[in-house]
Design a protein around this ligand. Structure first.
Ligand code: NAP
Ligand code: GLV
Length: 310
């Protein structure tokens, strides 16, 4: 069984021991120098594969994303048809995302950015604090990650709503779907969290219209993909006070170019796509399970619907 690792910038050696603990005889090969005979490749594990490369393995049984997101694979116009693709559903990623979202929600809720700027100016001033029950959270995308974040945020006492394609029945979370549902949720959201997959339907979803539908002074957290946000519209909304603060983990272009206005905007907290990492010590067992499923021609865990885009 041969697995090809196509992940520029990732150290393949970190995966060898955890994967071989699960599948001792796994033949691990690394693109570009260690591919060997392309006919022998059974499964690809990848992050941002070069366009056209996946089509060069004629006996491929599965394409596994090293990330929860899948758009970095689906952007390939020569993607081999009929080869199942799986996104990563990994407990470590989920924990990482929940930690990040809780940290940023609490930061905005507890007015931490204002206290930090008061510290810089030597200002000793208590700022009025809201109860968590009076801070409404809206989550775009109530899937594996959005649902987990919603569940924990409910425990802090925040009223939590979520928007997804299909309506959900999650304890304590008000579910919205469809375009009407989107705007119904936005108009009662004080902190909006984006955890949608990037698809043609969700690209540019955070634009002047949706940002303008939030109550004045709302805050946003984008931990999904940079292309969900129309950058100029967000800057305008921040400058007008419509949005009072934003946490951005992901960007249209990564690394974020040094001249980009997000770097220096006083109301933006910025991270270098750090919300949730794929760690071999957690993800290897999920990936190994999918390698075995692929070789047995069984449905993959997290298999995506290519037409739907996630
Ligand atoms: P997921 O389980 O597939 O959940 C996606 C959610 O979005 C589902 O609830 C889905 O609705 C909803 N959705 C998709 N298209 C929609 C549309 N057009 N309208 C309304 N709702 C829609 O994905 P996940 O594992 O939670 O991951 C979400 C995203 O997080 C990933 O795609 C990735 O881009 C991002 N991410 C970022 C980081 C980071 O470090 N910044 C780390 C991990 C993941 P249904 O439930 O009805 O299908
Ligand atoms: C990271 O961005 C992921 O999609 O897992």
């Amino acid at each position: 069984m041969a697995l090809l690792f196509i992940c520029e910038g990732e150290d393949p050696r970190a995966w060898e021991t955890p994967l071989r603990t699960e599948i001792p005889d796994l033949d691990i090969r690394v693109w570009p120098d260690g591919v060997g005979n392309p006919d022998e490749i059974d499964v690809v594990l990848t992050w941002k594969p070069p366009r056209g490369l996946l089509a060069t393995f004629p006996n491929l049984k599965a394409i596994l994303s090293l990330a929860a997101g899948i758009e970095h694979i689906l952007r390939d116009p020569e993607l081999p048809s009929g080869v199942p693709i799986a996104r990563l559903i990994d407990p470590g990623l989920k924990t990482g995302m929940v930690e990040f979202v809780v940290m940023e929600v609490l930061r905005h809720h507890r007015r931490e950015p204002e206290y930090r700027s008061q510290q810089l100016s030597g200002d000793w001033k208590l700022l009025r604090q809201k109860l968590s029950r009076d801070r409404r959270i809206g989550i775009l995308g109530l899937g594996h990650l959005g649902g987990a974040c919603g569940e924990i945020l409910c425990r802090f006492g925040f009223p939590v709503s979520g928007w997804s394609r299909s309506s959900k029945n999650l304890a304590g979370i008000t579910s919205y779907s469809g375009e009407d549902g989107l705007f119904a949720m936005l108009e009662q959201t004080d902190i909006l969290i984006c955890l949608l997959p990037l698809t043609p339907d969700t690209e540019d979803i955070l634009d002047a219209t949706t940002l303008g539908a939030l109550p004045r002074g709302a805050m946003i957290i984008n931990a999904a993909r940079g292309k969900h946000v129309v950058d100029d519209d967000l800057i305008a909304a921040l400058n007008s006070g419509q949005i009072s603060g934003a946490t951005l983990d992901v960007f249209r272009e990564e690394p974020l170019p040094s001249h980009h206005p997000f770097w220096s905007h006083p109301d933006i907290i910025l991270y270098p796509h750090a919300a949730a990492w794929t760690l071999p010590e957690s993800a290897a067992s999920v990936i190994a399970d999918n390698i075995i499923r692929a070789v047995k021609a069984e449905p993959l865990f997290g298999q995506i619907d290519v037409r739907r885009g996630y």
